[in-house]
Design a protein around this ligand. Structure first.
Ligand code: CMC
Length: 431
């Protein structure tokens, strides 16, 4: 608790109410308004939560003005350079970097839980071949609550840990099954001798008819993207997981809710939307026209991959990804280089434009991630699924933190009601 207090005056009674502030380890203080309704009979109003800290958390810190992102205090730049996705997953889940032995045990546990119940595979046959993979993944992850209900006593820390490791291990398998279903190819079973990213590439791209060799550049790029996407504090999907989980709901259902929230184009669906937008723009000479559309108040079009609720200077993940993008395209030498050139030109034009400067709209992580996924050979509809695989670690870490908090309460916001006041029911003949 900080020493500073905010004073709120009730205009009707003239009475002052002292509102205590709380300080985190870093970042702005928060005004504790929990007692305000009981004392003053008023709610606070912040529909997009732009000024609201919805919970206390020790996992991820963002300073949007400075472009800082840290997982458990470690800067994202250091983790991207020195760490691996599995180590980052351990860090986010358990709070500290693992010792060599702890990392081996964790890695081994994730590797040996990659298979899914065979019956779950049959669920995919219920989906049409052109079902969006995010719909399939959300549905099948939700179904895990029916398959693994033996270990979902959420008050039991061991059960929580089994859930965490199970979902992290199995989500790539579910994603790959969705992809194979769309592609009309046989499912490739996981290979536990491969890394997390390597196994994912194997499950996506290997076919029984010929040997498949994992490209190290692709494996490295995927691992980096997963690190960058692993967590982002109280974003829309993580808040959804927390809210759904706060009722004591089955944790797999809470993750499925997070996947559904991530799918939206304002959130994780932006990487897919960026690729569609770049394809629609098509050539450098049409960029100006699309920038003008984005600036037009009467046109709902937005430049996808630009802007962020929190980052108002630059998105540190975008800086790291931009470099990786160059590397991947250079090494893989894929045909999409013109698309990347178009993206760079769009970035250049938008960054010099008064509208984007004034509104502090910079390219975000999703501006580049889709280009890498495309270079790896993934279809556009799978991009957000890739994001979901990485973010599962963040969702699970936040869910675990929330459930382990003994003072936790169900999330239940209030509202500013602007509907009709009381009126009497009229029989249909009188309406
Ligand atoms: N293109 C054109 N104008 C924009 C854009 C854009 N991409 N983003 C924001 N604006 C304008 C917006 O019209 C508004 O203008 P005005 O003040 O005149 O009404 C102003 O900038 C502020 O926008 P906002 O919608 O109030 O900002 P927000 O914080 O609510 O939304 C956002 C943030 C990311 C949803 C939004 O910038 C956006 O829709 N961007 C495109 C989608 C996108 O790339 N999303 C991925 C986010 S990063 C990955 C993730 O974390 O999921």
């Amino acid at each position: 608790m900080s020493q500073k207090n905010f004073r709120l005056q009730n205009p009707e009674t003239g009475k002052d109410q002292e509102l205590p502030t709380m300080s985190g380890s870093v970042g702005p203080d928060v005004v504790d308004i929990r007692g305000i309704y009981a004392a003053e009979g008023v709610f606070t109003f912040d529909p997009g939560f732009a000024s609201t800290a919805s919970c206390e958390s020790k996992i991820t810190y963002i300073d949007g003005g400075q472009g800082i992102l840290m997982y458990r205090g470690y800067p994202i730049e250091q983790l991207a350079k020195e760490s691996s996705f599995i180590e980052v997953a351990y860090l986010l889940l358990y709070g500290e970097l693992p010792s060599g032995e702890q990392l081996d045990t964790f890695d081994q546990s994730i590797r040996t839980h990659t298979m899914i119940n065979e019956t779950m595979l049959r669920l995919f046959n219920g989906f049409h071949y052109d079902a969006h993979p995010m719909a399939m993944v959300a549905g099948v992850v939700g179904s895990m609550s029916a398959f693994y209900h033996d270990t979902t006593d959420i008050q039991n820390p061991r059960h929580r840990d089994i859930f965490a490791q199970r979902i992290i291990a199995k989500i790539p398998t579910i994603a790959a099954a969705a992809y194979k279903h769309s592609a009309g190819q046989p499912f490739s079973y996981p290979r536990n001798d491969l890394s997390y990213a390597g196994n994912l590439l194997h499950m996506f791209f290997s076919v029984p008819a010929e040997p498949y060799e994992i490209d190290e550049v692709a494996e490295e790029a995927l691992d980096l993207l997963f690190i960058l996407h692993a967590d982002h504090e109280q974003n829309c999907s993580t808040s959804t997981v927390r809210l759904a989980g706060s009722s004591g709901a089955n944790p797999y259902s809470a993750i499925a809710a997070g996947i559904a929230a991530l799918w939206g184009p304002a959130h994780g669906g932006a990487n897919e939307a960026v690729l569609r937008m770049l394809t629609e723009i098509g050539s450098v000479d049409r960029i100006e026209q699309y920038v003008a559309k984005a600036k037009d108040k009467d046109d709902p079009f937005r430049l996808m991959g630009f802007g962020h609720r929190v980052y108002k200077n630059f998105d540190p993940r975008a800086t790291l990804i931009r470099e990786a993008c160059h590397k991947v395209l250079a090494k893989l030498g894929r045909v999409d280089t013109p698309l990347f050139d178009l993206a760079l030109r769009l970035e250049e034009i938008a960054l010099k434009d008064e509208y984007f400067i004034e509104k502090k709209l910079y390219p975000n992580v999703d501006f580049y991630s889709g280009i890498i996924y495309r270079a790896l050979g993934l279809p556009t509809s799978m991009f957000t699924v890739m994001f979901a695989i990485a973010r599962t670690v963040g969702w699970v870490s936040h869910w675990t933190e929330m459930i382990a908090d003994k003072d936790g309460r169900i999330g239940r916001p209030r509202q500013l009601y602007t509907g009709p006041v009381k009126r009497d029911y009229q029989p249909i003949t009188k309406r």
